[in-house]
Write a protein that binds this ligand. Structure first.
Ligand code: GUN
Length: 304
């Protein structure tokens, strides 16, 4: 039987540790603060950002939710970032992605003070990560490592195959795995004979953004499967491709008109040694790690 790596349990444990740190900081008169910038009205982003703000409230962090309209200019957002960089009550600045296409996202992310870059997207933090001197590490990749370590799944010497090469997940998670002494292969859309490589994986990280992309034929039984994808299925045809005959999901689909699937075909989970479910896996760790990064930023900024 495949072991389920329960994201909710790991996230709860990390949040408890962060809450304890927040308590210690409060005794010294420090309250970590997060500014969350949510541009426009993208439904998924609204849900994510509200969860992040809610987590701050739960753990005793200060938060400020800023919601510029969808037609805001890059110049106005740059001015906002300057203002947040200068505010002493703000330790972390999070600009929810994706931004509208007219915004120069790279320029904006580079304008954030690296000391307040709790997403770890600034080139200074990306460079520190690469150099093995990490300060603020991107939240989802950090969450993946937490899941593996807290599950006592060995990383050193294992072949970790990362499918996807995004700046947000694929590249940083590959570097983190390398620092843990895994043998790392990064695959992407131009990789030749992908299944021949994914079959070699002791640990497979799927971060592609394509529903059920990794099929059972692409893995070796007993592998650890980490599914970073969150894809919404809203047609009957899509639903039937993965979940035909699944009574529980059928009820959810009837109620909400959609269900979520990761980048790994759920049938592959049955062959695995251990796997992160979707939902209920890696996604929950992302928020916990953001809280952890915000506390870390507050400590680093305060010289604590
Ligand atoms: N959009 C999807 N994932 C993320 C994330 O980790 N941080 C931000 N800022 N935006 C995202």
């Amino acid at each position: 039987m495949a072991r389920i790596l329960d994201g909710a349990a790991f996230a709860a444990a990390i949040k408890q540790e962060v809450a304890a740190e927040v308590g210690e900081l409060a005794a010294r008169g420090v309250r970590p603060g997060l500014a969350a910038v949510l541009v426009g009205h993208v439904a998924a982003s609204e849900i994510y950002v509200r969860s992040k703000v809610q987590a701050c409230a739960e753990l005793g962090l200060y938060s400020d939710l800023i919601t510029p309209p969808a037609d805001v200019s890059t110049a106005d957002l740059l001015a906002l970032v300057d203002e947040l960089n200068a505010r002493d009550d703000i330790d972390g600045i999070l600009i929810q992605l994706p931004l509208p296409p007219h915004i120069d996202s790279k320029r904006l992310l580079e304008a954030i003070d690296p000391a307040k870059d709790v997403d770890g997207f600034h080139p200074v933090n990306a460079g520190r990560l690469l150099a093995g001197r990490p300060a603020l590490v991107p939240c989802t990749p950090a969450g993946v490592i937490e899941i593996l370590k807290r599950s006592q799944i060995p990383i050193a010497g294992q072949h970790a195959v990362v499918v996807g090469r995004s700046d947000i997940v694929g590249k940083p998670v590959a570097i983190l795995l390398l620092h843990e002494n895994a043998t790392v292969t990064i695959c992407h859309s131009k990789t030749r004979d992908l299944p021949a490589i994914t079959k070699q994986a002791d640990i497979l990280i799927a971060a592609i953004g394509s529903p059920g992309f990794i099929t059972p034929e692409m893995i070796t039984s007993g592998a650890t499967l980490i599914d970073v994808g969150i894809n919404r299925l809203s047609t009957r045809e899509e639903f039937d491709r993965f979940f035909k005959g699944d009574a529980k999901r059928e009820a959810a689909f009837a109620k909400r008109g959609s269900v979520i699937v990761g980048d790994i075909d759920p049938r592959a989970f049955e062959l695995s040694g251990a796997y992160t479910p979707v939902p209920g896996g890696v996604g929950l760790l992302t928020i916990a790690m953001l809280m952890s990064n915000t506390v870390r930023a507050a400590k680093l900024r305060g010289g604590l």
